[in-house]
Design a protein around this ligand. Sequence first.
Ligand code: ADP
Length: 355
Amino acid sequence: MKQTATLQDTFSSSRRLLEGMISGMREGVIAVDGSLRIIASNLSARILLGGAELNSQVLNEVVSHELIPEVFQRALKNGDRTETKVELRVGRDNRVYDLRVAPLTFAEEREQKLAIGIFYDITRLERLEKVRQEFLSNVSHELRTPLTSILAFVETLEEGALEDPENNRRFLNVIRRNAERMHHLIDDILELSAIEAGKITVEPRDMLLAPLVDDVWSALKEKASKRNISFENGIGRDVRVLADPRRLEQILINLLGNAVKFNRESGGVRVSYERANGFHQIHIADTGEGIAAQHLPRIFERFYRTDTARSRELGGTGLGLAIVKHLARLHGGEVTVESVVGEGSLFTVQLPDLQ
Ligand code: ADP
């Protein structure tokens, strides 16, 4: 008698344990009988299939996605595990699931066929995979363009232009420029992937801002003066910020470089500083062509450019602003942009003031 009670206890507590485990699972779980009637399900399954009560319903009647009942049916019929990828609308999101269904047979009831399906949410994985593929295809495309040009000019030289004193140097120059572009691109890609892999750390320290801005500008001065672009460093000589000097320099090289590249003839660039809401704010303003409103939300994405051909012509990689954004965030800050087409752009780097 005591023995039976213990067995029953064990049985009911393991059933409770099982129910507890299934109901607590983040994955949606559904079990159906041989006629696709749902005999058990958890809350996650209910949420991802639209919220209605599932138990005792027939699967085809509660799901709109025809693949779902089909894989359950296949598992029941063939007695094999099956799986499929399904996209479902959950709330306001489209989510992707890897649905795996396994048949269940019990030794004592061979006729009673059941199948249990688990919905694994693979939305994030799918998104990452898409980003990875896009990145690879962008990189290949970006590398192919200068490479094609290099090969074409080498061929022209080989076919006789080498002996043509008027053009041979010019062709070599084109080859060099394209090789430099590839070099620059590879450097940017390596930099970006090191940042994204978490291999780059910033070591902020208290530093003077104005001299750094001067240094960065002196590297750009020659380019700017060719197009008569003026510069004003409006940062007070005693302004100090908390930043990693090398990383802040990289941020400024990219932003000031763009302010020159996308400026108009005889335009201007101005850098200024203010402290607001506990942040150091460094503003980089230019009087350039500006960025149309529809591009602004995407401008910090890698390889996003408003005019790809023009960016390439100016020696751009389309990665500069993505690097800037990452570096600002590594400092615990942010970078933002405002712009008016035809008037200019204003980039703001915010760095937290930890003092
Ligand atoms: P790129 O190598 O093309 O400069 P970035 O990532 O630095 O790449 O910038 C992405 C794009 O953003 C540029 O191609 C350009 O279209 C736009 N852009 C960036 N800075 C400016 C600016 N100061 N004025 C106008 N457009 C800009």
